[in-house]
Ligand binder design. Sequence first.
Ligand code: FES
Length: 148
Amino acid sequence: MKVPLSRRIFLQQTGALTVTLLPALFAASGCATGLPTYRASASVGKVILDPGKYPELALEGGTIEVEVPSHHESLLIVRIGEGSYAAVSPVCTHLGCMVRKEPSFFRCPCHGSTYTLEGVVVRGPAEEPLKRYPVQFINNQLTIQLRS
Ligand code: FES
């Protein structure tokens, strides 16, 4: 015998399903950040780039997404200042959606967590910063360490 679902139970169940599935859908789609996206290869756990070859990095706050085929997630490379860069994961630490770039911060479209361009949480619900990758900028060469 079939028991009809009450409207309240139906909404609770479908709402829970939506919260569970949305982050997976965002994480599965490539280039979900909406940023200019480039490919780079890693060697010995490092990605080496010449930031001068990416016009988006000419100005402070400029950001690109870099896909590294051998790495499980892409990287967001941000020009923080003159000769200063940050590399962070685009994956929100709340439930795993891909963050979006706003003019001077990253914001998660799923529940509104906000991060500085260096990945520090400025508004929850996320409590942890974006994963940050160590970078070195020497002789116009940016080295991003994928493994710590
Ligand atoms: S996944 Fe919830 S705020 Fe980003």
